[in-house]
Design a protein around this ligand. Structure first.
Ligand SMILES: [Zn+2]
Length: 363
């Protein structure tokens, strides 16, 4: 097996496919971390660099809107331009962290199709400018619609996206819980588990057009719940892979599977899911908490600095505590520590395909 190497930076098109193939061959997966600002983006790249691992950075529509600024008058425009701005930030900096970064957007349901289409238009402009798309892949989540509409819309967008070397992520079956306003609680149990026959239909529809990844539901939920509320059944992933393999005569694990709602999941089930071709595990709830918890502790440890610029009794200046860089850095360090754990869980440590500077010189 020849170890391939890629240029550090944002990975798209054939390089993205090579990266996913390396994940499957090497038995590991990449964490996909939802980000909301430069602080969370930089912390994700720092964590990846520290662990010598490649990583996926993604934005939900709400995260993109926040990135542009909650006060921007037109919120649709903010969702589009926030995502564009974040992607450009990553394109500029990722290579300097020496790792490969996959850029993604998260759940877009039916009402958010115009958001994805606007981003593809920006991607086409960026492609003309640089020869690369702005994002590696967009997710279209029409799992709440009927499967005919889900697959025909996914095919329509994928046909447009392949022209600029982009991939699509789709969802079949419903991920429980809710992610940034998309999703639903209280859905009947059967819909929490994807049918292998539906995965086969997706393969037959989309594989001839271009590259797609598939968020299949196997009991996974967004958010963190009391133990016992989540019954993960990774064998659904195995059955789906086998059905596609035998029907379409492919190699083993043909589907590139995505594990949504990775926060709070049992480690053994994560392991099993990777064995069945999961190459991406989304993590948001846990990294949100990991960022916020140390900020809370920092405030608790320095309560006066968050009430007074100068101590009213002894005149001590508190500037070096309330400076936002101090408590934001505490948050970044918390996020990095949680990602250290994620890279271990997903067996991604030390697996970066990014060409090292020394290898570049030797080549
Ligand atoms: Zn999700």
């Amino acid at each position: 097996m020849t170890q391939i190497a890629l240029k550090p930076g944002v990975v798209t098109g054939e390089d993205y496919k090579a990266l996913l193939a390396a994940c499957k061959q090497g038995g590991y997966a990449l964490p996909a971390v939802n980000v909301v600002n430069t602080s969370s983006i930089n912390a994700v790249m720092e964590a990846a660099s520290k662990n010598k691992a490649d990583v996926i950075i993604q934005l939900s529509n709400g995260g993109a809107e926040f990135y542009a600024g909650k006060g921007m008058p037109d919120s649709f425009n903010a969702k589009v331009l926030g995502a564009v701005s974040a992607a450009r930030h990553v394109h500029l900096l990722a290579e300097h962290y020496g790792i490969c970064v996959v850029l993604h957007t998260d759940h877009a349901d039916r009402k958010l199709i115009p958001w994805v289409e606007a981003l593809i238009t920006h991607g086409e402009d960026f492609y003309r400018e640089t020869g690369k798309p702005l994002f590696t892949s967009h997710m279209l989540d029409l799992s709440a619609e009927d499967i005919d509409f889900n697959l025909s819309e996914s095919a329509r967008l994928l046909a447009r996206m392949v022209k600029i070397d982009m991939s699509i992520e789709i969802e079949l079956g419903v991920t429980g819980g809710e992610e940034d306003g998309v999703g639903s609680d209280n859905i009947e149990d059967a819909r929490l588990y994807t049918q292998p026959e539906d995965c086969l239909r997706a393969w037959k529809t989309l594989a001839p057009l271009g590259h797609f990844s598939l968020a299949a539901s196997f009991g996974n939920v967004h958010g963190v719940y009391k133990p016992g509320n989540v019954k993960l059944r990774p064998e659904i992933l195995k059955n789906s892979q086998e059905l596609v393999q035998t029907t379409c005569n492919t190699g083993p694990n043909p589907l590139d599977l995505v594990f949504h709602g990775g926060s709070g999941s049992e480690k053994a089930k994560i392991d099993e899911a990777i064995g069945y071709g999961v190459i991406k595990m989304n993590i948001d709830t846990d990294t949100q908490f990991a960022f916020s918890q140390p900020v809370g502790k920092f405030v608790e440890d320095n309560p006066k600095a968050f009430k007074f610029q100068i101590d009213p009794e002894d005149g001590t200046p508190y500037k070096k505590f309330y400076d936002p860089r101090k408590w934001l850095r505490a948050g970044e360090e918390g996020l990095i520590a949680r990602l250290d754990e994620a890279f271990i869980d997903l067996k991604a440590c030390g697996k970066s395909l990014a060409l090292k500077k020394s290898e570049e010189l030797a080549a």
